[in-house]
Design a protein around this ligand. Structure first.
Ligand SMILES: Nc1ncnc2c1ncn2[C@@H]1O[C@H](COP(=O)(O)OP(=O)(O)OP(=O)(O)O)[C@@H](O)[C@H]1O
Ligand SMILES: [Mg+2]
Ligand SMILES: [Zn+2]
Length: 254
C-alpha cells in the first residue's frame, strides 16, 4: 500500500446514483492519460466491476496462498469480491465480516506502484465505508449524486461522515445532470439544477463535473456485449477525460 501515490474513494449516500459508473470511467480515463491505475470494488453485497469490465468468472491467482494478484482489464488492475466468492455468497455476511473482507481485498492484493487506486464504495455511511476510509489512508473522497433532493440529502450524510474522519472531500460529481436531446439538440435539465447549486453553496464544496444521461453508459443485466473498456463511442467520454484531468491536477496541489 505504501507505494500507491493516491487513494481516492468514490462515495454517495444513496445507491444507484452512478458511483460504479464514475469509478470505472474515471479509471479508464486516468489510464488513458498515462497513469498506472487500480480499481477496488468495495461493494461486497453488490459488486459491479466484474460485470462492467467484462471480467465475470475470472479468478485471481495467488503466489503464496495469502495474497491475490489483481485481475487485469483495459490495462487497469482490478479487485472485487466478485472474483473471489461465488455470486450471492457474500450477501449473507454481516457487518464485521464484510468489513474484514473489504480490508483483505485492499491489503492482500498485490497492487503495483499505482499512481491512483480508485475505491468504489458501497452506498451509505455504514461500517464498510468507515473501516475503509480509516485504514486506506485516503488522499481524498469524491462524492457522486444525481440532482434530485433525495440523493443530495443522502450525500450530505456521506460528506459529514468524511468530515468527521478528517478526510478531505475534493468535491461533487453531478451524474445524470441533463439529457442531450436528440430532437432539438439542447441539454434538458430534467431534474432541475438549482438543488445542486444550493447544496454546493451551503456545504462549501466544489463541483468536479457534470455527466449527462448517456444511453451508451447505461447498462443492465441484458447488455451482455457492453464492455466499458472498449467503447470509444461514449457521449460522455470527453467529460470523463476532463474530470480525470481535473482530479489529477487537484491531487498534485494537495
Ligand atoms: N450518466 C448516466 N447515464 C445513463 N445511465 C447511467 C448513468 N450513470 C449511471 N447509469 C446507470 O444507472 C445504473 C446505476 O449506476 P451505478 O451502478 O454506477 O450506480 P451505483 O451508485 O454504483 O449503484 P450501487 O449503489 O448499486 O452500487 C446503472 O445501470 C448505470 O448504467
Ligand atoms: Mg456500485
Ligand atoms: Zn429537446
Amino acid at each position: 500500500m505504501s507505494d500507491i501515490k493516491n487513494v481516492l474513494a468514490v462515495a454517495s449516500g444513496k445507491g444507484g446514483v452512478g458511483k460504479s459508473t464514475v469509478s470505472v470511467n474515471l479509471a479508464l480515463s486516468l489510464k488513458e492519460q498515462g497513469y498506472q491505475v487500480g480499481l477496488l470494488d468495495a461493494d461486497i453485497y453488490g459488486p459491479s466491476v466484474p460485470l462492467m469490465l467484462k471480467t465475470e468468472g475470472k479468478r485471481p491467482t495467488t503466489p503464496d496462498n495469502k495474497t491475490f494478484n489483481p485481475i487485469l482489464a483495459s490495462g487497469i488492475e482490478l479487485m472485487s469480491i466478485g472474483y473471489i466468492v461465488l455470486k450471492d455468497e457474500a450477501t449473507i455476511w454481516r457487518g464485521p465480516m464484510m468489513s474484514k473482507a473489504i480490508e483483505q481485498l485492499l491489503f492482500n492484493t498485490n497492487w503495483s506502484d499505482l499512481d491512483y487506486l480508485i475505491i468504489d464504495l458501497p452506498p451509505g455511511t455504514g461500517d464498510a465505508q468507515l473501516t475503509l476510509s480509516k485504514k486506506a489512508n485516503l488522499s481524498a473522497a469524491i462524492l457522486v449524486s444525481t440532482p434530485q433532493q433525495v440523493a443530495l440529502l443522502d450525500v450530505k450524510k456521506s460528506l459529514e461522515a468524511f468530515q468527521k474522519l478528517s478526510i478531505p472531500v475534493m468535491g461533487l460529481i453531478e451524474n445524470m445532470s441533463y439529457f442531450v436531446c436528440d430532437k432539438c439538440g439542447d441539454n434538458h435539465e430534467i431534474f432541475g439544477k438549482n438543488k445542486v447549486k444550493d447544496f454546493l453553496d451551503q456545504n462549501s464544496i466544489s463541483l468536479i463535473g457534470r455527466i449527462p444521461i448517456d444511453p451508451s453508459i447505461a447498462f443492465g443485466d441484458d447488455d451482455e456485449n457492453l464492455n466499458f473498456g472498449d467503447s470509444d463511442e461514449k457521449l460522455s467520454k470527453d467529460i470523463f477525460d476532463e474530470i480525470a484531468k481535473s482530479i489529477a491536477s487537484q491531487l498534485r496541489n494537495i
